[in-house]
Ligand binder design. Structure first.
Ligand code: CUA
Length: 323
């Protein structure tokens, strides 16, 4: 619904626009989580039904035939029924579920470096994501590209508070804890755009801390990497203004500025969204964002710079050209 032209095309091709459904798995790890969810759901439904039945039976007995039962003493059959349904059934069901959970854990375990063909470093910041491909020397933000069918190790860290990296259709969530690196495996079994979300409350804009994982065929992924590795053309119109008004103090554009307070903007024009999935990445939205970022995402670290209309237009045109 709210993407740039490239993003919209990718979403249409993928047929899974803006979805984030834990019950629609697209990797073997996510499939094992979904199966576990159904097994737990059915198992707990059985326990709830048995316990509810016992409660109803207990009420019926108290109301109807209590005197009669007391007169002839507790029947052994009734006592056995209570034992079986109240203790044995829950114990058996819970034991089966427990063992099943243990067998599902390895499917989502932390990947070993040797098991992965590609490593991506993702950092959590209030409230966006830094993304780095160390071997490819690619730095971006709020959008991961991965090749389809290739095990990708995502190593996560945080620069401030605890966040949680979660792409429900690809794997479980993994916490981003200060001073400790965690990792999770992403291996999409088909091309598509998968929405991810911060899953740990991390402040005012926690809900607006989203990202997208673009899984694409290897050739397309290779082209994306090559594009990301190319620094933007020097001397582009708008580049001077970008540094003059101070944007470079917070944002990196390769070859132009080195700020790290906000997201890397080297190829921001090629991304689908702005402000970590808050608004689409279009020229009009870029202008809106530069003009009044606090109105769109209150509390984020980007101030309104009180620029003139023409300055905003020139900056937006420049940023959009960074693809
Ligand atoms: Cu980051 Cu919630």
């Amino acid at each position: 619904m709210f993407f740039g032209a490239g993003g919209a095309a990718a979403l249409l091709l993928s047929g899974c626009a803006d979805r984030q459904n834990t019950l629609a798995p697209h990797s073997s790890a996510a499939r094992s989580i979904t199966t576990l969810w159904w097994v737990m759901f059915i198992g707990s439904t059985i326990v709830v039904m048995v316990v509810s039945l016992l409660v109803v039976l207990a009420f019926l007995r108290r109301r109807g035939s209590l005197d009669h039962v007391e007169a002839r003493g507790e029947s052994p059959r009734a006592r056995n029924a209570v034992l079986v349904s109240g203790a044995l059934v829950p114990a058996v069901v819970l034991t089966i579920l427990f063992v099943y959970v243990l067998t599902s854990v390895p499917a989502t375990a932390e990947p070993k470096p040797k098991d992965a063909k590609l490593t991506i470093d993702v950092g959590g910041k209030q409230w966006f994501w830094t993304v780095r491909y160390p071997a490819q020397h690619v730095t971006t933000a709020n959008e991961l590209h991965i090749p389809v069918g290739v095990p990708v190790r995502v190593r996560v860290h945080t620069d401030d508070v605890i966040h949680s990296f979660w792409v429900p259709e690809l794997n479980r969530k993994i916490d981003m804890i200060p001073g400790y690196d965690n990792s999770v495996l992403l291996e999409a079994d088909r091309a598509g755009v998968y929405r991810g979300q911060c899953a740990e409350f991390c402040g005012l804009q926690h809900a607006n801390m989203a990202f997208y994982v673009v899984a694409e065929p290897r050739a397309a992924f290779g082209r994306w990497v090559a594009r990301e590795q190319r620094p933007p053309a020097a001397g582009a119109p708008g580049a001077t203004l970008f540094t003059q008004v101070g944007c470079g103090g917070c944002h990196t554009i390769a070859g132009l500025s080195t700020g790290t307070v906000g997201p890397d903007l080297t190829h921001v024009g090629g991304r689908m969204t702005l402000a970590a999935g808050t608004i689409p990445q279009t020229r009009a939205d870029l202008e809106r964002w530069i003009g009044d970022p606090q109105h769109i995402k209150p509390g984020n670290k980007m101030p309104a710079l009180h620029l003139t209309g023409s300055q905003i237009k020139r900056l937006a045109a420049y940023l959009e050209s960074l693809r």
